[in-house]
Design a protein around this ligand. Structure first.
Ligand code: SF4
Ligand code: SF4
Length: 178
């Protein structure tokens, strides 16, 4: 008996919703003349951001590439003389990207970020292959204060051993000898 009442209640609630909408004014957004502001965390076109000092954040660790479920990220890593790693080239095939955001979740440096810019449709699918120069922007994106090399413990021009945020000075191992 309870099942019958539940079914009647569900049907009644459905009809009530339909009835309410019969008397509402329809809302039509005249896109593209009107563009609704989207939340900052919307997942669309991907960018590669810079740290607050203007350096490239990406350290070419391949984590985004490994986690991507459709394998649309590829790159080649390289290292500068000061110890900073970077991507010699970095490529995203937006023709395959499903905008799941897993690359952003996996990135240890906040380099790769999805933006609300969804207007990225092309007739020629080959133009959806973006190179590093198309992806790299000159701002920090959603994480303005973060600089990976200030935390990582890697010796670069940013900081020597023991000078990173939260890092203890190096231990003199000879002081432990008997
Ligand atoms: S958003 Fe998802 S599919 Fe697109 S590049 Fe990132 S991990 Fe791959
Ligand atoms: S974008 Fe982030 S996760 Fe991808 S290679 Fe660069 S640092 Fe690693």
């Amino acid at each position: 008996m309870t099942d019958v009442f539940d079914a009647i209640k569900a049907i009644g609630s459905g009809f009530a919703t339909t009835f309410r909408h019969l008397f509402r004014r329809p809302i039509t957004e005249g896109y593209p003349e009107y563009k609704r502001p989207l939340p900052e965390r919307s997942r669309a076109r991907i960018i590669l951001t810079r740290d607050p000092d203007g350096g490239e954040r990406c350290v070419a660790c391949y984590l985004c590439s490994a986690v991507c479920p459709v394998s649309c990220i590829s790159m080649q890593s390289a290292e500068k003389s000061d110890g900073r790693r970077y991507a010699r080239w970095f490529r995203i095939n937006f023709g395959r990207c499903i905008y799941c955001g897993l690359c952003e979740e996996a990135c240890p440096t906040s380099a790769i970020q999805l933006t609300p810019d969804f207007e990225n449709c092309r007739q020629d699918i080959l133009t959806l292959v973006y190179e590093k120069e198309d992806l790299l922007v000159d701002h920090c994106g959603k994480d303005p204060a973060y600089n990976f090399y200030r935390h990582a413990g890697i010796v670069t021009r940013e900081a020597a051993k023991g000078e990173h945020i939260g890092e203890d000075p190096p231990v003199n191992i000879k002081s432990n000898l008997p």
